[in-house]
Design a protein around this ligand. Structure first.
Ligand SMILES: Nc1ncnc2c1ncn2[C@@H]1O[C@H](COP(=O)(O)OP(=O)(O)O)[C@@H](O)[C@H]1O
Ligand SMILES: O=P(O)(O)OC[C@H]1O[C@](O)(COP(=O)(O)O)[C@@H](O)[C@@H]1O
Ligand SMILES: [Mg+2]
Length: 539
């Protein structure tokens, strides 16, 4: 898409006196976070002086520079206020201050969603199930007592507690759209992900409960807005009733597509005033740009995202839908690799799992299986060759255990492969195949050391993401789909919905796509994975 800056906005700055600490900044000074790095040097040289924090400064992405003045006795209050501002969610009244609000038509007593509203809207006067607009969810729930605590995210040397509140998701008592005036569209973009159909289904069902009758699916992602051969798909409870029983997307997916202004032109032509966008960081960058363009054109439109990615690389959320299913499905591949390796003389099983920038699936699948000896992810550097390399350890495993299983994330070890600079239609870098590479290097190495091995390579990537959602993802998709509709009716736009500390929240889109979430090599979870595999550092 044209005219858009890339969704990845990361800037990393060293803090004085601690060149091993990282100050990560996403949007404004309130996201200044000190993360402890895993290297021993980092542990030793973490900041101990308040003044070094006070001097910490960062350059706003392409704009001004800012710093937290920790000597200001009110810095915490200021930080919290700024955080609140940053995580405030755009509302239709920002552009249309006089927008009419009516009592919600979301009525759980309504028996027939197809009824006309001739006698007025159904109501549930006695119901106390609405969310107050001022309800909030706490984003961070651990109070670290020192920057040396595992995974600590601190602002000052005392790791002072700051409250970070975000908006609670759910149905509001007042809504900003009359159901009979709504034309809602659903779109699924990017790669497949288990649960897409479950989310589509619940968006449609919930829209109908509000009383919306004009619901359509845009086929094959953003492309469906511009390709004249692709027609809208009318959606209703009847159409979507059983779609969650299979994987994939009823609507189809694609990468690339038209410009934002073409999309918004098309929305205007079609009269779409609610758009539900299911996709990952790229899709959300698009959704946010569509939201901004609609505002620019003074269109009363709600654009709501539902984060979809098996990579789990969306910020702030406990997990994205489809991730659990992907981890579960990966167990089959790992188990097969284990059985093959275990049943062969000097067997080595290698499994490649998805994860372009983030190794969450590989890490969690390795942890869950308990059958993995070596887990390699993009976030943790390693050598294949040399005295500390993966192959040396593999030899040790064969000598001591007789077999071994390796699980690699697709984005791992890209520095060891030839760069191609090739991009897909969405502008994502096309990765080299590290799974194939390590398979070949393994065979070569064991030939060189004259040790017979039987290497079996399994790439289950597309099989994993094409399955239907498991029960846990099914529930997550249901809640996210319902909340997306509640958010739109409540008048919010440019938002996305996620599960945060087991609660459901609305977040402004730019905050969740500031950079891709990745495995923190200093997190307890990665350390648990290392404990489980027993692998050393490969550096
Ligand atoms: N920065 C961007 N701004 C607007 N649209 C984008 C941006 N990046 C990607 N897109 C569009 O979003 C859709 C999905 O993006 P992609 O990166 O393939 O998948 P995902 O959303 O899963 O990350 C594509 O149609 C692509 O053109
Ligand atoms: O081959 P495709 O369809 O481009 O998909 C591959 C990509 O899909 C993913 O699983 C998810 O990516 P998206 O979230 O961008 O859809 C990546 O890990 C992987 O690189
Ligand atoms: Mg993406």
């Amino acid at each position: 898409m044209e005219t858009l800056s890339p969704p990845i906005i990361t800037s990393t700055l060293s803090i004085p006196y601690s060149n091993s600490s990282v100050l990560r900044r996403s949007h404004g000074l309130s996201s200044l976070i000190l993360r402890k790095q895993r290297s021993p040097a980092a542990n030793l040289s973490l900041i101990s002086s308040r003044s070094s924090f006070a001097r910490a400064s960062a350059v706003e992405h392409g704009k001004s520079s800012a710093s937290i003045d920790l000597s200001d006795p009110n810095w915490k209050r200021k930080y919290e206020r700024e955080f609140e501002e940053r995580f405030s969610i755009p509302h239709i009244t920002d552009v249309f201050p006089d927008a009419e609000a009516i009592r919600s038509t979301f009525c759980l007593k309504m028996r027939s969603p197809t009824e006309e509203f001739v006698g007025g809207y159904p109501s549930d006067e006695e119901w106390h199930g609405y969310i107050n607009n001022n309800d909030r969810v706490l984003l961070k729930v651990i109070r670290y007592s020192s920057p040396t605590s595992a995974g600590a995210e601190c602002i000052d040397s005392d790791c002072s507690w700051v409250e970070q509140w975000i908006h609670r998701a759910g149905p509001r008592e007042k809504i900003y759209f009359r159901p009979e005036q709504v034309k809602a569209a659903i779109i699924t973009c990017g790669g497949l992900c288990p649960g897409l159909n479950d989310v589509i289904r619940h968006i449609v069902i919930t829209l109908e409960i509000y009383g919306v009758k004009n619901i359509v699916g845009i086929p094959f992602g953003y492309k469906g807005f511009s390709d004249k051969d692709l027609t809208e798909m009318p959606l209703s409870r009847k159409v979507v009733q059983n779609i969650h029983l299979s994987g994939g997307s009823l609507l189809g997916v694609s990468r690339g597509g038209p410009s934002v202004s073409e999309i918004v032109d098309s929305m205007e032509e079609r009269g779409i005033n609610m758009l539900f966008v299911l996709g990952g960081n790229g899709t959300h960058a698009g959704a946010n740009a569509i939201h901004n363009e609609c505002r620019k054109r003074k269109m009363k439109v709600a654009v709501v995202g539902v984060p979809k990615t098996i990579d789990n690389d969306i910020l702030h959320m406990d997990k994205t839908f489809g991730f659990d299913t992907a981890v579960e499905e990966a167990q089959r591949a790992i188990n097969s690799a284990y059985i093959e390796a275990h049943s062969a003389y000097h067997g080595i099983g290698i499994v490649k799992l998805m994860g372009r920038n983030s190794g969450f699936i590989a890490m969690q699948a390795s942890l869950a299986s308990g059958q993995v000896d070596i887990c390699l992810i993009p976030e943790v550097p390693f050598n294949i060759h040399g005295p500390n390399g993966v192959l040396k350890h593999l030899k040790y495993l064969i000598e001591t255990k007789g077999s071994a299983v390796i699980c690699v994330a697709e984005g791992a070890g890209q520095n060891l492969l030839e760069k191609t600079n090739a991009k897909d239609a969405s502008g994502n870098t096309i990765l080299g195949d590290f799974g194939v590479h390590i398979q070949q290097e393994t065979k070569k190495y064991f030939k060189e050391v004259s040790m017979p091995v039987d290497v079996k390579y399994i790439d289950p990537t597309y099989m994993i993401r094409a399955v239907r959602a498991n029960a846990s993802d099914g529930i997550l998709c249901t809640v996210l789909g319902q909340n997306a509709v509640h958010g739109a009716f409540a008048g919010y736009s440019g938002i996305t919905v996620g599960i945060i500390n087991t609660h459901y929240a609305y977040l402004p889109i730019p905050e969740v796509i500031a950079y891709p979430k990745s495995v923190d090599p200093n997190s307890r979870m990665w350390h648990r994975c290392l404990t489980s595999t027993g692998q050393p550092d490969f550096i």
